[in-house]
Design a protein around this ligand. Structure first.
Ligand code: ADE
Length: 392
């Protein structure tokens, strides 16, 4: 059997991790290096078929250094965040044996071996859609699989947190709480699953992608500015959020949409005109609106209103709705003519003009599961012979 130092073998693992959208936001760090937040946060994990990162990690004695490619382009791994995750996973690496390939790696050999990592996001990167959450969760999860790390999801979430704060929540599916923790070393700042994706699976999530350009202000610098300059941030963290987190947990447990929507707080008007919330909305650190409907029926009514005000720039309806496209036919919208024939929404105080082209496209999704190993080797992003990303 080939020992770790010998031969030209390449051993790989591939994983896929979802993104998540916070309904109680993480904003502000109490420790920048360990990424420890000033408040608890709660998120929903989205269906990985619609928004996820897929990552292949390869190891070979022939690799002279650690390297990474994101969406086909080589990126630097020298940043502290990637390095923290690599170090923490390597520390926990165990013996690995692949009998079929005749490869054996002893745990003490992992420190001498380098990795190649290729990752691909099936949605826009760094555009306020939490790509780094999916990406760093996938990075940690897949490295952990390759290196046979035995730690549970809580421990993995704490490592992913050191890559990108909200990545810790992408280690689970369904509804997830990131407990801020109290310890200075961050050991209790981990994510826990509040309910899995089946618990409230009639929720429909529609994201209006207003801009898929990269953000001008990163979350890191935005948070730092808030911590340094906003007297309200402490009040939010210490007074507002703890109470909201309890209410949100209760709303999730009892599937109480009214309470869920009120907390999150053309949707305001609809909700007002109906007297009870029909749709909830939230924004992350970016311009894209995330709309949450309690069921398919409300989601189709919402879509009719959205498409009335925000028709596509060109006439291609199919590329205007990505993810779960079947929502279009549920809403009776099979062609651009159907969109043009939509009646003006009846709510009062709505604008009379339309905003053609203001939304780049919509994504329709639902609650989704946590990270999974991709067993189909044809889906690996790295060539098992060259050890380089496919197509490079
Ligand atoms: N940042 C954004 N997307 C990423 C990914 N897929 N992997 C690592 N970092 C990322």
């Amino acid at each position: 059997m080939a020992a770790a130092e010998e031969g030209q073998w390449v051993l790989m693992a591939t994983g896929r991790s979802p993104t998540n959208i916070a309904v109680i936001k993480y904003w502000g760090k109490r420790d920048e290096a360990l990424i420890l937040p000033v408040n608890d946060s709660i998120s929903v994990t989205l269906d990985p078929d619609h928004l996820s990162a897929t990552t292949t990690v390869a190891v070979s004695p022939s690799f002279p250094s650690d390297r990474m490619w994101l969406n086909g382009k080589e990126i630097s791994l020298s940043g502290g965040r990637f390095q923290s995750c690599l170090r923490e996973i390597r520390k926990r690496a165990q013996d690995v044996e692949d009998e079929k390939k005749g490869i054996r790696i002893k745990k003490e050999d992992w420190g001498k071996l380098h990795v190649h990592i290729a990752s691909y996001n099936n949605f826009p990167t760094a555009a306020g859609l939490a790509s780094s959450a999916a990406g760093l969760a996938c990075f940690v999860f897949t490295l952990g699989k390759l290196m046979n790390v035995k730690e549970d999801h809580g421990e993995l979430s704490s490592i992913a947190r050191q890559g990108s704060g909200s990545a810790c929540r992408s280690i689970y599916g369904g509804f997830v709480k990131w407990c801020m923790g109290k310890n200075n070393d961050g050991s209790d700042s981990i994510a826990v699953q509040l309910a899995d994706e089946a618990h409230w699976n009639d929720l429909v999530i529609i994201i209006a992608v207003v801009s898929s350009k990269q953000k001008e202000t990163s979350s890191t610098s935005g948070m730092r500015d808030s911590v340094e300059t906003s007297p309200l941030l402490q009040y939010r963290a210490q007074t507002v959020v703890p109470e909201r987190v309890l209410k949100m947990e209760e709303a999730i447990k009892s599937r109480n949409f009214e309470s869920f929507a009120r907390i999150i707080s053309l949707v305001e008007k609809w909700n007002q005109s109906e007297g009870t919330p029909r749709v909830a909305y939230t924004f992350d650190a970016g311009p894209n609106a995330v709309l949450i409907a309690p069921n398919r029926k409300n989601a189709t009514i919402l879509l009719q209103k959205l498409l009335y005000y925000f028709p596509p720039q060109d006439n291609d309806l199919s590329s205007y709705m990505v993810g779960d496209k079947s929502i279009l036919s549920d809403a009776g919208l099979k062609s651009i003519e159907d969109v043009e024939a939509l009646p003006a929404p009846a709510e009062t105080k709505m604008p009379s003009q339309k905003f053609k082209g203001d939304v780049s496209y919509f994504i329709c999704s639902r609650l989704g599961a946590g990270p999974k190993v991709v067993t189909d080797e044809s889906l690996a992003l790295i060539d098992s012979v060259t050890g380089l990303p496919k197509g490079v």
